[in-house]
Design a protein. Structure first.
Length: 555
């Protein structure tokens, strides 16, 4: 019996771009502010990277990293590596020497692409991290601190000691017969690892989540085709970095659909609004309110800049999502529950869901993804309709953490369900709504406090633009809420005013005992680094000799 649903086209990423290039070579595939490729051009760029990697001795399963400012080359490198069975490792362009060293050495990458233009100086940072490179032979490095790294390539005509230039790399590629790429493509399997995404967690070091070719295809088919109804004439905009699962997943998902991927490059909200207008984008995937709110509220944004949009996908608290929907009345706002290990989206709203459902839930799990909730302490299964730790399995799920079998065995149960460490609400019909991380739950005098709930209430204050709530140590209650507030332009507020705004409106144990005002938050990609905020308030209180928060009454 047929269901009318089209077959899922699961393939390797190298074959995917080759297929799309054969189908419509002249259609725009990917657009950045300073460059754009058709599908035919992107296929040729990818093959050039594949030939160059073969010339450098890259074999199946070898890791290839990119440490770049936002640029179109990221897609070419990823697809080129996929064609020869190598694994791409995107590196956060905000890394400093410590994080860079961690990921380069842990991943054991053999080739690292970087760039010289713009600030920060990434080549300088690579040299600071691995000073031996400057005395090494370009393309044949022998580093004590990173023994698996054999070549560093700067995508510029301006060279650096120990680095191959873009011209050097192209000359190497020219010496490799294209047939070798074709032969290697034929040997790549859909279940092979295509990308290792390094993600922060509760451990001291970042973890490398292994994502297969199939996982990206399944994500694209389920989320973009199935839930969003994306067709080849869509123009999909995002600002999520190409070192983030969203940036990578949305790019590959767009190529899967045969549509056009539009990226803002370096994020500037004024430029972003104009780009959405000028490129006639139909779908915006900002992902996070930290990206969309600056666009939505920027003083230079014209009334018609966002009129081409039909869909906006953003997560956030209910109050903020309603504001976003009001600001883009021509588009349907949808939300999700997302995670690196789920290849971007695990769940996503339907376009025809009522507004109340789209701003209060992350929708149903995507097809094929099986989800359960469990008691975070005992691990006991909980029926839908409860709040607990999310466990899931399915074809989009990652395959474990690279070079960390012990951690991998800890986070998967015997049935293959991944224990996320996220606290979610699952309604009786199975919709998922993110609540907090297990570690982001405060326990104030024995009472559980969701940081997200307090943040949502703080956003209703007329002067508050953004709010982040973390735990502050306390001798009486063990921990109490502390709020880091970013005010709206021109607005003023005091610590006591914010506290008084909460008193009597939310439960006393949820009221922030401390309020700090910030111009900007410490960020990791697109996420606020709450661990830094927790350390900041801990140190601040210790310096002042404060061990117990003031008593808060309800009125």
């Amino acid at each position: 019996m047929t269901t009318g649903r089209p077959w899922i086209n699961v393939t390797t990423l190298g074959d995917l771009i080759a297929q799309r290039a054969a189908e419509h070579p002249d259609r725009e595939a990917i657009v950045f502010p300073d460059a754009r490729f058709t599908y035919g051009e992107l296929e040729q760029v990818a093959r050039n990277y594949a030939r160059g990697l073969l010339a450098l001795g890259v074999g199946p399963g070898d890791r290839v990293g990119y440490f770049l400012h936002e640029c179109i080359d990221s897609a070419g490198i990823l697809l080129g590596a996929a064609k020869v069975g190598a694994i791409t490792v995107p590196l956060n362009a905000r890394f400093k020497s410590f994080e860079l060293s961690q990921v380069v050495t842990h991943s054991g990458m053999s080739v690292l692409f970087t760039s010289r233009p713009a600030a920060p100086d990434l080549v300088g940072l690579v040299n600071e991290t691995f000073p031996e490179i400057q005395n090494g032979a370009a393309g044949a490095l022998e580093l004590v601190d990173a023994p698996e790294l054999k070549a560093t390539v700067v995508l510029s005509d301006e060279g650096a000691p120990g680095f191959l230039t873009a011209d050097d790399f192209d000359r190497l590629a020219d010496d490799v017969d294209d047939q070798r790429v074709t032969e290697r493509e034929a040997a790549v399997r859909v279940r092979d690892t295509a990308v290792i995404m390094y993600t922060s967690g509760t451990t001291a070091a970042p973890k490398g989540a292994m994502m297969s070719h199939e996982a990206f295809c399944r994500f694209a088919d389920a989320a973009l085709v199935g839930r969003m109804g994306v067709q080849h004439d869509a123009r999909i905009w995002t600002a999520l970095p190409m070192f983030h699962i969203g940036g990578v997943g949305f790019a590959l998902g767009t190529l899967y659909t045969g549509a056009t991927y539009v990226h803002v490059g370096f994020f500037d909200p004024a430029v972003a609004a104009r780009q959405i207008r000028d490129e006639a984008c139909t779908i915006a995937l900002p992902g996070f309110e930290t990206i969309w709110v600056p666009i939505m509220t920027h003083p230079s944004r014209a009334d018609g800049d966002l009129d081409s949009l039909e869909v906006v996908m953003c997560v956030g608290v209910e109050e903020r999502l309603r504001q976003i929907q009001d600001s883009t009345p021509n588009a349907t706002l949808i939300s999700c529950y997302g995670q690196t290990e789920a290849c971007a989206f695990l769940s996503l709203n339907e376009l025809d869901d009522p507004l109340d459902m789209r701003v209060t839930t992350g929708g149903f799990p995507l097809p094929g993804m099986e989800c359960e909730i469990h008691d975070p302490d005992s691990g006991a299964y909980l029926e839908p309709g409860n709040t607990g730790e999310l466990w899931y399995r399915g074809p989009q799920a990652f395959d474990g953490y690279f070079r960390d079998p012990e951690l991998t065995s800890e986070v998967f149960d015997e049935r293959g369900y991944f224990r996320t460490g996220d606290i979610v609400r699952m309604d009786v019909e199975g919709r998922i709504s993110f609540d907090s991380r297990v570690k982001d739950m405060l326990k104030v005098g024995g009472e559980n406090v969701s940081a997200a709930e307090v943040e949502g209430y703080l956003l209703t204050h007329p002067a508050v633009n953004m709010a982040q709530v973390v735990s502050a140590p306390d001798d009486r209650y063990v921990e109490v809420p502390a709020a880091y507030i970013q005010l709206k332009d021109g607005a003023e507020a005091t610590e006591q005013e914010i506290i008084d705004f909460c008193r009597g409106k939310i439960a006393t144990f949820r009221v922030p005992r401390y309020v700090r005002f910030v111009e900007e938050y410490p960020m990791s990609g697109t996420k606020v680094k709450k661990v830094d905020l927790r350390e900041d308030i801990r140190k601040d209180l210790a310096d002042q000799g404060i061990t117990e928060a003031p008593t808060i009454t309800s009125g």
